[in-house]
Design a protein around this ligand. Structure first.
Ligand code: PLP
Length: 471
């Protein structure tokens, strides 16, 4: 049974009434579960803010807890005004609810009914597909392009007479890529009448690239655009459950028509208003995110893993093997990451505290050293990655990669196959290692000009490079 909408509530001022809405009576989708650990270190699967709520928001949550016996602002007007002020919009253009999750459902309830189609990218955050189907509609998936970017041309080509809504996640989850502002502008110009475009900007604040732009300006330009935002990410309030839509006053009214009243608690209201004012915490979050991303990128490179560079607080990494066993093995070591989205070799990793990232990379190194269920592409093999300069005169630098904790021997032989110098012969941790050769033999004597062979052996892997010494 559906409760009364906030607008009906507003109009009838408390007179009980019911609305039958598309999707009424459905079972709520619950996409995934996690055994909540007491210590959240290692929970890098939900793109949460590792710094927690802002100190101002935390204080507001504490203060409001004492008023938990009092109903909140039923219609979220307090937060709608604060968001409108913050973004330079009218309060009538803002609709607040219990997270982006509630707002995405309400967008579907307002725009998608039986037989209607929603177009969305694949892979992407696909709650809207669940909502569309629950409402008797259909989801049309359009693959991202070869650069992992949402393919707007293909989305335009997928429009039919039944299309009611196009749902874009910008920047996209799980790929971390954004739509170029010029591509978005040309796309908006081509949207046929009668179709709304919903842009989920849950990760908007993380993007630093100047080719990215929020879609908020399209609202005042008269486009049928709905922007979805959340306090769950950069504002660190995922557990408080609060988010909002931005759209024209008319569209906002349509969303309010299908919204229940009082779904947001008073502590969440207070926390959101305080969080908006705490730019210091937002900056600290963005700085940590940047440092954490750099650490992850370097760590993946050292492990010989390819990743998809991301504009957000998460990234996809290609394990080179089936990802599911990697996810399980990481969980046993205390790190929760996600896989799925039809990308069977990839895991999605959220940024975290730097110590947490260090621990995660060590765990990943351990797991990658023991997980070997090749699926198509074999994992990047250990071996000699570079020798530079080559030819050399005084010293050459040697860069190798190892995959597991196992003895590595790195030996230089002359053209007759005689051992000249052993650079290493011991167990090394998985990752990248650097050595150098100064052109001397084991006795410290300079050897003659000529071609030498550098040979690396680790377990069953062997790798050889020739090095030329020129005096
Ligand atoms: C793109 C995107 N939209 C919406 C949500 C849901 O956010 P909220 O916590 O506000 O419900 C998420 C959560 O991860 C997300 O990644």
């Amino acid at each position: 049974m559906q409760g009364i909408s906030r607008r009906v509530f507003l109009k009838s001022a408390g007179i009980l009434s019911f609305m039958v809405l598309p999707g009424a009576g459905r079972i709520q989708a619950r996409p995934f579960f996690l055994d909540e650990p007491q210590d959240y270190t290692g929970r890098i699967c939900y793109n949460e803010n590792p710094l927690g709520p802002s100190p101002l928001a935390l204080q507001a949550l504490r203060d409001e807890a004492a008023l938990a016996h009092r109903y909140p602002d039923w219609l979220n007007k307090n937060v709608e005004s604060a968001v409108a002020d913050h973004l330079g919009l009218d309060a009538e253009q803002v609709c607040v609810g219990a997270g982006a999750t509630e707002m995405i459902q309400k967008v579907a309830d307002a725009f998608v009914g039986p037989g209607d189609e929603v177009i969305l990218a694949q892979p992407s955050y696909n709650q809207i597909a669940t909502e569309a189907i629950a409402n008797g509609g259909a989801a049309v998936y359009v693959p991202v392009d070869e650069n992992h970017i949402i393919d707007l041309t293909a989305i335009l080509a997928a429009i039919t007479d039944n299309t009611k809504l196009i749902f874009l996640v910008n920047p996209n989850n799980p790929l971390g890529k954004f739509i170029h502002k010029d591509d978005m502008a040309s796309f908006m110009d081509q949207i046929p009448e009668g179709i709304a475009v919903c842009v989920d900007e849950a990760y908007n604040e993380y993007v630093e690239n100047e080719d990215y732009e929020s879609s908020i300006p399209y609202i005042s330009e008269g486009f049928p655009v709905i922007v979805v935002r959340t306090f769950s990410k950069v504002f660190g309030l995922a557990g408080a459950r609060i988010g909002y839509t931005l759209a024209s006053a008319d569209i906002t009214e349509q969303i309010e028509d299908v919204q229940l009243r009082a779904t947001v608690s008073r502590p969440a209201h207070a926390a959101a208003i305080s969080a908006l004012n705490d730019s210091e915490h937002v900056n600290a979050t963005l700085n940590l995110n940047a440092a954490s991303k750099t650490m992850l990128y370097n760590g993946f490179t050292n492990l010989g893993l390819e990743y998809i560079p991301s504009e957000t607080n998460f990234m996809m990494v290609d394990c080179g093997v089936e990802a599911e066993p990697v996810v399980e093995a990481l969980a046993e070591l205390g790190f929760n990451v996600r896989t799925g989205w039809d990308m069977p070799q990839h895991i999605r990793v959220s940024t975290g505290l730097l110590g947490e990232m260090e621990g995660f990379l060590a765990a990943l190194g351990t797991v990658m050293g023991t997980t070997s269920t090749p699926l198509g592409t074999p994992p990047a093999a250990p071996g000699i990655k570079s020798v530079y300069p080559n030819p050399f005169n005084h010293e050459c630098r040697i860069h190798i990669t190892t995959r597991r904790t196992e003895k590595v021997s790195l030996v230089i032989y002359d053209a007759q196959g005689r051992r000249v110098r052993t650079l290493v012969n011991k167990k090394l941790n998985p990752g990248a290692h650097n050595f150098s050769w100064d052109g001397k033999n084991t006795l410290g004597q300079a050897v003659v000009s000529g071609v030498y062979m550098l040979n690396m052996i680790q377990g069953e892997f062997a790798s050889t490079r020739s090095i030329q010494l020129l005096k």
